[in-house]
Structure formats: C-alpha cells, structure tokens
Design a protein around this ligand. Structure first.
Ligand SMILES: [Zn+2]
Length: 445
C-alpha cells in the first residue's frame, strides 16, 4: 500500500473563494497546504496553523500570508479555443460564421503547415491564456500534425493543463486544409502517440472532427472508432449558426437532426465536448443528456459573429454538463472573465425574450461555477480540478483587487464577497498575480 505523503511544500493563509455548487460562492478564511505532488493536502480554518504544523511535515515549506485585498480562486477552464486563430482576434467580425471562416480563418490556418510559424503563435497563446488565468484549455489546432506536436511540446514546457486535437477536415474545405481520410486518421494517431511519449499527466489528446460540414461520414466514423478504442475525448462544433444548421441538413438529408449525424457516427460519448449548441431542439438535447456529452458555451464568439443567443438555463435545467469557452478567434479575447460577463448578458437577453415569468437569468455565482467546476465536468476533470478540495490538484489563481495598475476601485471597507464581485465585473489579468497548475507556479510573461 502506498504511503500517503504528509510533507507540505507550500501553505497559503487567507481567503479562499470557489463555487463547488451551481449558484453558490463559498468564501472561507482558511489555511491551504500543498504536497510535493501539487495536490491539496489540507484545508483548515484560519486559526489552526500551529495545530497543522504538528500534524504534517513542514520542511522548507513556504508560508504565504495573503493580504486583505487578495484571495485564491480555482483556475479558469476554457473548454473551447482555436490556438491557430489567435493572430486573427478582433478581425473579420463583421462577417457571419461561414463567410468569416472562408475569408479569415482558413487562410490563416493554412500557414500552420510551417511548424516554425506555429511555434511563435502557439507560444503567444499559451502565455496569454495563462496570464489571464486559464489553467486548463481544450484546444483545436490546425490540420497539421507537426504543428500540433509543437503545441503539445510548448504546453508541456509552460506547464498548462491542456487537451489538444489535430483538426480533421476531408471535404467541402479549401485544398490547403483538406486532407485524405487516411492522413486525418494517421495524423490523429501520431498526435496521440506524441502526447503519450511526452509522459505528462497534464496533457491529453482530443479527437477533433472540425464539424459535419467539413468532415465526411467515413472520417467521422473512423474518429469515433478511434475514440472508443482508447477512451479519448472528442470535440467538435454543432448548431452555432442557422445557415450552418441548414447546410448540415442539406449534406445529411436522411439524418433526423444535426445531433443524430454525430450520434450515428459514434461521436457522442461522455467525453465529447460540443461547442455552441445554440439551436438544438428539445429532442437533440435529449440525446445530449442520454449520451452524457458536455456543451461549451462561447458567448463572446456568439455575439461577435452574430451567431445567436445561447440559453444556458435551458441546458442547466436538463442537467447537461455545461462549461464556458473563448472560441478564439470567433471570440476576440482569451479572457475567461469576459466570457463569464457575456454569459450573463446572453442569459439576460433570453430573459427579455421569454414568455415565462419564472425564468431566471444566470447570475455571477453561476457563471463563476461554469468557468471552473462546470468546465472541469465537461472535460472529465472534476475529480482533479475546478474547486478547492483535499486531494484535488492545486490549479489556482492568486487575485489582488488592489494590484499595480488595477482597474478595480475597491474601497478597503468592502466585504470579501463585494471584492470578488468587483474582480468578476471590473478585473483583468493585472489582478491575477500568480497562476498555479498542479501546485507549480507557472510563468506568465
Ligand atoms: Zn470553435
């Protein structure tokens, strides 16, 4: 039997804030200890430091006392981001999805045939997402497997937690991005092998058919088989835009719905992440629930590309797993704080339109839960990250509402709950002083 390690490498003394249950933000004055493996060894009341010192081994332990303007929160989880699109953030957003893809996205992604170009962009994406507090990200890369390997090497080097997929496209795509079925499957297998060789507990592969419009049924079926063989994650897009939904019906006229296309290809599992899902019917949501897939809600992208307004409450009421994503570069920022704020705006828009007087738009507590533990559930990581619990890995942000050049005006007399609300609505990366992944402080510059 393995002996439990009781050595403490680092202790934080101060305010912890997390949202382990939907709709509730838990605030405590605590001491939190981390073990050499980066796991949370203990969480105890604030005044028990001396007692804890007698219980665990304190040797070269760093003890960090947080100031009254500081607190720890779980790291943010971006469940949907396109790493190669990062240079395009803020560009072409006057076009709808399918035109934007052709005019901006596909030409940029074609440049990732050059792994050296990929290295520069991917380095920027990882550094900037970390600096904005994204400790876990579920990444699309381009179709190019060598560039995808570079992405994995860089994530490993920076120490972010990540899922990485080689995007698969084999039809209705520009020649520069269309690959044969065989190339797509072999590339996906090569990426899986590369991640396995890296031997990182923070990195996982995710099979990535771009969406039903650019993947043949054969390609999607083959990826479904591969996913089931290795119990790998799957990510794709669904029902982001009305024209896209029409196009899916034109391409798959015998399928009952867009969701049925994926279901029949074996792509819906408890490790599947579906991005957007704005226009799913009740029947399609029934399939999502039955297959236990997760949904990545990307409001910044949905508003920027005028794709539609997603109803988070409708998903939560059905107990379908829901997380948040930036969807760079449909979304114009890597900031999950901005995604949380626009999650509230989307939900408020729905509340204006609905005929149901009992409809409750989401509040900041719920959005914070979705950006942390909600995202962890979507990615199957809820036992590891997303909240502060003994035994979980320490993926966390040290926030200071009074940091240098902070845009937050926080009166010292505010309660902790009010300081957190200030950070939620007015904060940015300048308030995130330190970022930890699996107990290790990562660089963000
Ligand atoms: Zn996307």
């Amino acid at each position: 039997m393995q002996q439990v390690c009781s050595r403490v490498t680092r202790v934080f003394v101060g305010t912890l804030i997390h949202a382990p249950c939907l709709g509730e933000v838990i605030i405590s004055q605590s001491i939190l200890g981390i073990d050499p493996q980066g796991k949370i060894l203990f969480i105890r009341p604030y005044n028990q430091l001396e007692a804890v010192k007698g219980e665990f081994e304190f040797k070269d332990t760093s003890i960090v006392q947080l100031s009254p303007s500081q607190f720890l929160i779980p790291g943010f989880i971006d469940t949907h981001i396109h790493a190669p699109q990062y240079p395009n953030t803020g560009l072409g957003l006057d076009k709808p999805l399918l035109e934007w893809l052709s005019a901006y996205t596909f030409p940029l992604e074609a440049r990732f045939s050059d792994p050296n170009y990929a290295r520069g962009v991917y380095n920027d994406v990882i550094r900037d997402t970390l600096r904005h507090g994204t400790t876990t990200a579920c990444y699309f890369t381009s179709v190019h497997v060598e560039a995808a390997k570079v992405m994995c090497d860089l994530i490993h080097k920076w120490g972010q937690r990540g899922l990485v997929g080689k995007t698969c496209m084999d039809c209705n795509s520009p020649p520069s991005l269309s690959q044969t079925l065989e190339t797509n499957i072999q590339g996906s297998k090569q990426l899986i092998a590369h991640i396995s060789q890296l031997g990182s507990s923070l990195l996982s592969p995710v099979l990535t058919p771009r969406f039903a419009l650019t993947c043949s049924e054969e390609c999607m079926r083959a990826l479904g088989v591969l996913a089931r063989e290795g119990h790998y994650h799957i990510q794709t897009h669904i029902s982001e835009n009305k024209r896209e939904v029409e196009r899916a019906h034109e391409l798959y006229p015998t399928a009952d719905s867009y969701t049925h296309v994926y279901q029949e290809c074996g792509l819906l599992t408890d490790k599947t992440i579906l991005a957007h899902a704005i226009y799913l019917t009740d029947q399609e949501l029934g399939i999502c629930k039955e297959e236990r897939v997760g949904i990545a809600h990307c409001p910044v992208s949905n508003f920027a590309l005028k794709s539609g307004v997603f109803d988070s409450r409708r998903i939560l009421e059905r107990d379908i797993k829901l997380g948040l994503g930036t969807d760079v570069s449909g979304g114009y920022t890597v900031s999950m704080l901005e995604v949380m704020r626009q999650t509230l705006i989307a939900s408020t828009c729905i509340s204006f339109q609905t005929q149901d007087p009992a409809y409750r738009p989401l509040d900041y507590r719920e959005a914070f839960h979705l950006a942390t533990l909600g995202g962890a559930r979507v990615l199957g990581l809820e036992d590891k990250v997303g909240s502060f619990e003994e035994g979980k890995e320490f993926d966390a942000l040290l926030v200071d509402v009074n940091s240098l050049r902070s845009q937050i005006r926080a009166d010292p007399g505010l309660s902790v709950s009010e300081k957190f609300q200030k950070f939620f609505f007015n904060g940015d990366d300048r308030n995130i002083l330190e970022v930890f992944v699996s107990g290790r402080r990562v660089e963000t510059q």
